[in-house]
Write a protein that binds this ligand. Structure first.
Ligand code: SF4
Ligand code: SF4
Length: 388
């Protein structure tokens, strides 16, 4: 009889660093975000999936059998971190079949939830087979404001009860906040609330158009000057400048790629319609898993994103402040009609961020170009694909 083999262990931080470094050097994909459903018990005013939280769209969603197959494919593909998201994951009618299957495959499971549906029974089931983390949205700690924003009376009380249950069960959870126009004045109170759970307070500020192109979610954006002000208050300095003080690293001619972020490196996103892409909010290059196997679909989507370049004289193609900018191609298509066109909000914000860390000699990207953007730029890559 063989002696049981003991596996080497290492601290999580070191494991994570090594896994990410190896993935980068070998071009491997190790993280996946999987949307289970667009069903949700809330209707948050900024939510990009909410237009599809409607019974008429549910038949289009992946069937449970398809999700289970996909989970097996992802395990074989080498995914380590699997994020289950929605919509609201606990609204999926077969959530436990999916969760247990994913748990059995040994992923490090990260659950995204609004935190309002936890019950004693649900928490006990999670305690038996705990996820790696549970991320819960926390945009307000004022009952009236919270319920106004979710458009569901009683949601704040359910949220508090959920946190209480999780804490009592000793399950790991993290609160995450989006700073918006309506909750800006609440940020100090939210910070105290988050810290009362022994967690570090952080926030994001970007908002995107809804999946159907509705721009109403953008009305909750903080004005650029407020973003910079809040980032400076809570982080000391705005954007990424705190870690990068060399002027040449921060401003100057951009690469010509359309995607200058981390898109198409080590992460995939699969929407609830079974379309794989490179990021949650990147919808220009989706490949259907109902037509292609996972490996082929990923290769196709990644190739398209990696080879997408500016083909026009868009100010983005020569922008000095691109490192301070978080423009997304799909946002630009919905907001300004073209993936190549600049988004004025992002230009204002990037310029203000650059100004806030001392680059006061820079010219706003929209004032550098007098000539109109070429006709080609008015056609999105989405349009071009359809035309082929
Ligand atoms: S809880 Fe999440 S999925 Fe549900 S409406 Fe709010 S933002 Fe959208
Ligand atoms: S959106 Fe504006 S700031 Fe961003 S890259 Fe384009 S021109 Fe530059």
């Amino acid at each position: 009889m063989h002696e049981p083999r003991s596996l080497p262990t290492m601290p999580y931080g070191e494991f994570s660093r090594l896994a990410n470094e190896r993935a980068l050097s070998h071009g491997r994909i190790i993280k996946a975000q999987l949307e289970l459903t667009y069903r949700c018990n809330l209707h948050c005013r900024h939510c990009y999936t909410d237009p599809y939280n409607n019974i008429e769209f549910f038949p289009r969603e992946l069937r449970t059998s398809e999700i289970l197959q996909l989970i097996d494919d992802m395990a074989e593909f080498g995914i380590i971190w699997l994020n289950l998201t929605g919509g609201e994951i606990f609204q999926h009618p077969q959530f436990w079949d999916i969760y247990n299957h994913a748990y059995g495959q040994g992923f490090l499971l990260q659950l995204y939830t609004n935190g309002t549906l936890f019950t004693k029974g649900l928490v006990e089931r999670l305690r038996q087979t705990p996820p790696f983390t549970i991320d819960i949205s926390c945009h307000s700690v004022d009952e009236q404001s919270f319920d106004w924003f979710t458009q569901v009376p009683g949601s704040y009380r359910s949220f508090l009860r959920g946190l209480d249950l999780l804490q009592s069960a000793g399950l790991p959870f993290t609160l995450k906040t989006k700073a918006m126009s309506w909750n800006k004045n609440e940020l100090p109170a939210i910070k105290l609330f988050v810290e009362s759970f022994g967690q570090e307070f952080g926030f994001t500020t970007s908002l995107s158009p809804r999946l159907d192109g509705d721009l109403s979610s953008l009305s909750y954006r903080l004005p650029p000057k407020d973003v910079v002000e809040q980032e400076t208050i809570y982080w000391g300095q705005s954007n990424n400048s705190a870690t990068c003080q060399n002027r040449a690293d921060l401003v100057g001619a951009p690469p010509n790629q359309l995607y200058r972020c981390g898109c198409a490196t080590n992460t995939i996103h699969i929407n609830t319609w079974g379309e794989v892409g490179t990021c949650t909010l990147e919808n220009e290059h989706r490949v259907s898993l109902r037509q292609y196997r996972l490996r082929e679909a990923v290769a196709k989507a990644f190739k398209e994103v990696r080879t997408a370049h500016y083909q026009t004289n868009s100010p983005c193609s020569t922008c000095d402040v691109f490192r301070f900018c978080q423009k997304k191609a799909s946002d630009a298509r919905w907001e300004v009609g073209s993936v190549e066109a600049p988004i004025p909000y992002n230009c204002d914000l990037a310029t203000q961020r650059a100004f806030s860390v001392g680059f006061t000699d820079l010219i706003h990207p929209l004032r550098r170009h007098e000539e109109p953007i070429t006709t080609a730029s008015k056609r999105s890559s989405h349009d071009r694909e359809e035309a082929i």
